[in-house]
Design a binder for this molecule. Sequence first.
Ligand code: SAM
Length: 232
Amino acid sequence: MHTNKHNTDSQRWRIRSFVRREGRLTPGQQHALEELLPRFGLSAEHELTLAQAFDRSAPLTLEIGFGNGSSLVRMATDDPQSDFIGIEVHRPGVGHLLIELDRLALDNVRIFCHDAVEVLDRCIPDASLDRVLLFFPDPWSKRKHHKRRIVQPDFVARIARKLKTGGRFHMATDWEPYAEHMLKIMQSTTDFVNCDAAGSYSKRPGYRPVTKFERRGQRLGHGVRDLVYRRS
Ligand SMILES: C[S@@+](CC[C@H](N)C(=O)[O-])C[C@H]1O[C@@H](n2cnc3c(N)ncnc32)[C@H](O)[C@@H]1O
């Protein structure tokens, strides 16, 4: 656990990939955060013990920035033999997912309601993940905001540390300049190999559901690009 002064200071000043836009919690979401987060939520204060989180050993997928959680619900329903951890800072989205997990009695999903970068550093054991998913991260399209994009060399290095050898890192975006930025960053690391030809996009893997943000992009006429890499 990183609690020394240096780390605390560097985290305080770190440029974040999100701005807190709390939005309105519906009464149902508020209730879910109070009543269901203790059941499905994980503490962002210390390293996670996987056996305690899931009570079994199973292939483990991490989704970063799950939005309203519809992708996690779909994937966890389709693949009950696997476990899923989602990270999201937007509390209405977390509340929405909690309601769905309870309604569907899905027990193979756990949630961090916290900044993914801090969760990766503090909570996720090294070489513990089979798959990391990043679907439609905020594109931060203005040049002066590019530094807020979550996909940066240090973020990719964090993902590499947390994946098992042979594990997959899958990104999708509907913002072409961000897709090109992702390709460039991934080409500059030796930790990953493109699952398709070097420098190319992948066909959407069958397990990736269409997300809320993706539908918005489709309405705006954006094309979608998937990028899938193997941890070497
Ligand atoms: C554009 S939305 C996409 C949501 C969802 N994946 C979808 O496709 O509908 C990006 C999400 O990432 C979340 N996010 C951004 N940076 C994050 C971070 N550092 N930690 C956790 N969540 C983050 C935002 O709150 C937002 O909900």
